[in-house]
Design a protein around this ligand. Structure first.
Ligand code: GTP
Ligand code: MG
Length: 171
């Protein structure tokens, strides 16, 4: 049959934002983990869409591991950046990490797509995806295609819309 195009994706964002939960939901049900635990270092995961075969570098967001991220930037052909929409206190930290990413020499001049998940929309004090994009100044990203989706990774809501966008921009 037709071989799907293989793409490497980096999944980034602060610890506890929901990266592993999102990737776990995108995997085929027979290879999904029963319970998600904080990532140590990083983990390599795979999932497929209709036209693409994704290899995901699911990075730990813990402060002590964030220095690992940049070693994988060169290999990344797309980025999934996850934000905990209910963690308003750390939104500024998320913005700092995003700005550091965007200004890195291995990312800066490449037109790689960035998919943002404004995750944990189910939390009572979650801010909207529009508000998240304002707080992170996403409108200032002009040299890369980007898209933001509200999501609830525990229920799997909003994930397909994001992955459809990513597939559309990479296929
Ligand atoms: P690190 O691996 O430490 O960087 O964290 P992570 O970004 O991979 O977060 P992880 O997927 O481990 O999720 C952290 C916690 O948030 C878990 O208890 C998840 O069940 C929970 N969680 C993830 N997504 C959602 C969501 O959309 N809503 C709610 N309420 N909880 C979520
Ligand atoms: Mg994780």
């Amino acid at each position: 049959g037709l071989k799907k195009k293989e793409v490497n994706v980096l999944c980034l964002g602060l610890d506890n934002s929901g990266k592993t939960t999102i990737i776990n939901q995108l995997k085929p049900s027979d290879s999904q983990a029963q319970d998600v635990v904080p990532t140590i270092g990083f983990s390599i995961e795979k999932f497929k869409t209709t036209s693409l075969s994704f290899t995901v570098f699911d990075m730990s967001g813990q402060g002590r591991y964030r220095n690992l991220w940049e070693h994988y930037y060169k290999e990344g052909q797309a980025i999934i950046f996850v934000i905990d929409s209910g963690d308003q206190l750390r939104m500024v930290v998320a913005k700092e990490e995003l700005d550091t990413l965007l200004n890195h020499s291995d990312i800066m001049h490449r037109r790689i797509p960035i998919l943002f998940f404004a995750n944990k929309m189910d939390l009572r004090d979650a801010v909207s995806a529009v508000k998240v994009s304002q707080l992170l100044c996403l409108e200032s990203i002009r040299d890369k295609p980007w898209h933001i989706c509200a999501s609830n990774a525990v229920k799997g809501e909003g994930l397909q819309e994001g992955v459809d966008w990513l597939q559309g921009t990479m296929a």
